[in-house]
Design a protein around this ligand. Sequence first.
Ligand code: PLP
Ligand code: ZN
Length: 428
Amino acid sequence: MELECAVCGASVPISRSLSWQCPNVSTSDRQHVLRFTAASESFVPSDEPNPFLAYRHLTAVNAFGKAVGLDDATRRDIIHDADAGVARVAGTGFRVTPLMRADRLSDALGFSAKGGVWVKDDTHNVAGSHKARHLFGILLHLIMAERAGVVSWSRNTRPPLAIASCGNAAIAASTLARSANWPIRVFVPVGAAPAVLSLINALGADVVECPRRVDDPPGDPCIHRFRESVADGAIPFSVQGTENAWCLDGGRTIGWEIAAQVTAATFGAPLDRVFVQVGGGAFISCAADGLRDGGVTARIHGAQAEGCAPLARAWQQASNLGVIDDAAHHWSECMWPWEATPASFADGILDDETYDWVSAVGAMARTGGSPVVATEELVRTAFSMAHDFTDTDVSPTGSAGLAGVLQIREQIGDDERIAVMFSGVRRS
Ligand SMILES: Cc1ncc(COP(=O)(O)O)c(C=O)c1O
Ligand SMILES: [Zn+2]
């Protein structure tokens, strides 16, 4: 296994520590993204409750640890101990989350007894969303690198972690940082939600408010401050593959879990479609990669809200240009920031660019899926239905994949088996 840039083809050996970005990224050319080439091990469903242990032979971080000289038992212990640290802070470590047929919801949507909607419920995952999956892989990389002595710091001189977020990712990052006693800076916009701020403050994060400065270039000032901090030596503890490709490793656990859950004898028939709400695009990319590894051929649909849908626009552009299968080489023609101020009730997926769009487009094309843009009305309906017809306390962002189902319900057969990702517990 190694890392390879989807855009310029540069390759980076798996043994290289802190290999967050393509070596050809520069301040004037950020359009690069590393991805992991295939693992040498094949997928085997597992009963081990911790997905990072269950599927560790598929993870890049396990290959990294091996390449820097850590033996198998040491790698296993590092994952186990880091997870125990997470459990001390979060009340739970990483555990396979349930995939359950939502019977009342399926009835309300007119599915037959054979078909229906299955909810992958990540609202009880570490820190209340799937985000910690992305970040735990980066944390394990750091711990393994430190243990192997291949980085310039030691336990007492660790550089801080850095993230630009004021939502689920900030909570997950602060939780994991606390679990490992790693210092963290969280760059937040002016006016961030008080409930999130008090949570991440309580977790000991150094919260940095980022007003726009007069000399700032266009774009999000939180990202500018985050990048300055990384340029100063902080670790990009990011859930965007373009800022840190290693977030794309652990994120795959959700796909591996679903693959095991739907291949289990009890599931009966193949899954037909998977809807994933899309913000920056790491979630759909990872879920799709994990499903592919596990042999699941369901169509992948990326759901966005009409108030911010750059992925659907990129798909349209790529198909107009006839480059769906070569999108990486047409970045500027397909992906640019959403011009209008992004707005939706699903406020966690308002990234004005889908950073990980190349692999999102690839996954939808490979599986015969497509992007779906849900109307704002359906984003709200999905949230209400999730609360009326399931027992989860999902957030409006977390139920946005269901809005995608509602949007194209007429095109879906009543016998089809659909999975949606309820990630992100409601806070307020
Ligand atoms: C609950 C929830 N679902 C989905 C997403 C989208 O994930 P991504 O930004 O990786 O596309 C986010 C965050 O952005 C989220 O908080
Ligand atoms: Zn590159």
